[in-house]
Design a protein around this ligand. Structure first.
Ligand SMILES: Cc1cc2nc3c(=O)[nH]c(=O)nc-3n(C[C@H](O)[C@H](O)[C@H](O)COP(=O)(O)OP(=O)(O)OC[C@H]3O[C@@H](n4cnc5c(N)ncnc54)[C@H](O)[C@@H]3O)c2cc1C
Length: 460
């Protein structure tokens, strides 16, 4: 701890007007503090920019959420927990609700406030892209009175805002007009919880008779400020979605951002991931109208190209050729149904070819013959083995060897969502199987893996 509490002063006025008066009395001397989750990090590091603090915590004017027919008004000192508990907000503003869920851990959500997140102005903050696409308005208050500013204009540069000295955010207003919109939000971080975003996206879109009538996309951690991707929106708005438009949206989004290399990620990774997320969102919009863009494009490829592209979902070349020959498919469920039918009637040699494209359980490196996409999926599927302790890894390696001695091929299990311990248990249960029963079980696991991969490939 590099700060001494004795060096600091904290006043906790009982109402908002006392707080703004205090801020005005000695401009620049008093700093507002709400939940303190950002300021206490600076305190611990000895980097607080002020010695005197005026607490906004629990000021009644800043702690309420009011709903009218047209909008919702969120007091700036409402915490993430307040947002998570508000039924209308959860239902009508899923992008903000998701950001509240993703922010820090439970303790952080009990203290951290929406106003603090806005003023702290981190380009990686989770709730800010949602506020951009909902086109929030901020109500600012000071002794001079109040003014309303569009949130889209609030961040003027890295950690720079429109907030004037002595001014506070009183509330954040969101219009209630998104019931016909499709929402999309993703946070990409090192872990699912307690991680600052490497990239985050919030987006809304609406289609009318197959055409994108409105679209709004915002991203975090890809520029000095949370960014609305207006050029990308322009490219997509008013168009029918096809594979070409998805590609243009991806490229335009990448051209609009200014990512950097830092301790959390690299500029190249951020750009690549952002492009993928934007493509996924635009495909999701099309899917809402029953159009799967990836499937429509695949349906139109020459047979050899179609078979080669889909091979990553299941490593059997016969399966891929037969599936390509059964095109066109009207939708994802019919593709998956035909895939199952083909797979279940293949020869054992075809099944074995598919099995041989997987890495061993516990060894995430795929065989050289596996397509790059297949190798990437294998690595995701085996996430459960990353956290395995040394002993479980050794047991897995040993059981793998025993399985291969007994059956002459690698052990196949649908690893998605399973821990290393669970996979080891399944492996040990299957070791006493006879060859026929075991081959059937392995084939069934491969069928499940194929279906998961087909869904990833189709972005559904
Ligand atoms: C362990 C940990 C994990 C975290 N994880 C995440 C995460 O996953 N995602 C994320 O986005 N953030 C995360 N944060 C950052 C932080 O929790 C949020 O930014 C939070 O919303 C800040 O709110 P606060 O009330 O605590 O702000 P404070 O620390 O009280 O204040 C932050 C800044 O805002 C100003 N301020 C606060 N309220 C107002 C107001 N009404 N008007 C004017 N100025 C005001 C203060 O003067 C200060 O400059 C994390 C922080 C910690 C410590």
């Amino acid at each position: 701890m590099r700060s001494d509490p004795a060096d600091f002063e904290l006043l906790a006025p009982g109402n908002l007007s006392s707080a703004v008066s205090l801020l005005a009395a000695n401009p620049g001397e008093w700093l507002p503090i709400a939940g303190g989750t950002d300021l206490m990090v600076l305190y611990a590091a000895g980097k607080l920019p002020a010695r005197k603090f005026v607490s906004l915590w629990n000021l009644p004017e800043l702690r309420r959420i009011e709903v009218t027919d047209d909008g919702i008004s969120i007091g700036a000192a409402c915490t993430y927990t307040d947002l998570r508990r508000h039924e209308i907000l959860q239902r009508e503003f899923p992008l903000l609700a998701a950001a509240a869920r993703w922010t820090g851990g439970i303790a952080n959500q009990n203290r951290g406030t929406l106003g603090g997140n806005i003023v702290n102005a981190s380009p990686a903050a989770d709730s800010l892209p949602a506020l951009l696409v909902y086109e929030a308005n901020l109500v600012l208050v000071s002794v001079r009175g109040e003014r309303q500013v569009p949130y889209n204009d609030f961040h003027t540069g890295y950690k720079q805002t429109l907030l004037a000295p002595g001014e506070l955010i009183r509330e954040i207003r969101l219009p209630r007009q998104h019931s016909r919109y499709i929402s999309y939000s993703r946070k990409i971080g090192a872990r699912n919880a307690q991680a600052i975003a490497k990239v985050c996206v919030a987006a809304l879109g609406r289609l009318d008779r197959g055409t994108v009538s409105d679209i709004r996309i915002a991203a975090g951690s890809v520029a000095p400020v949370p960014l609305r991707l207006r050029e990308t929106e322009k490219i997509v708005r008013g168009k029918r979605i096809d594979a070409d438009l998805v590609g243009k949206a991806r490229a335009t989004a990448i051209s609009e951002i200014r990512p950097i290399d830092d301790i959390r990620s690299t500029a190249a990774y951020r750009a690549g991931v952002l492009g993928n997320l934007i493509a996924e969102f635009v495909q999701k919009l099309a899917a809402a109208e029953g159009v799967n863009v990836a499937l429509a494009r695949w349906n139109s490829l020459p047979p050899e190209d179609a078979a080669s592209e889909i091979l990553a979902c299941c490593g059997s070349r016969t399966w891929a050729r037969e599936l390509a020959a059964r095109r066109p498919f009207p939708d994802a469920p019919s593709l998956i149904a035909v895939s199952d039918e083909i797979w279940n009637h293949l020869e054992a040699s075809d099944w074995n070819e598919a099995f041989s494209r997987h890495p061993r359980i516990g060894e995430r490196k795929a065989p050289a013959a596996a397509p790059a996409q297949s190798a990437a999926w294998s690595s995701q599927e085996q996430q459960g083995t990353v956290a395995a302790d040394e002993q479980t890894r050794l047991h897995l390696a040993e059981a793998n060897r025993e399985y291969e001695r007994r059956f002459g091929r690698i052990f196949i299990v649908c690893a998605t969502g399973k821990t290393a311990g669970e996979m080891l248990e399944i492996l040990r249960r299957r070791l006493p199987n006879d060859e026929t029963a075991e081959l059937r079980e392995a084939a069934e696991e491969q069928r499940k893996i194929t279906n998961i991969r087909l869904k990833k490939w189709l972005a559904i």
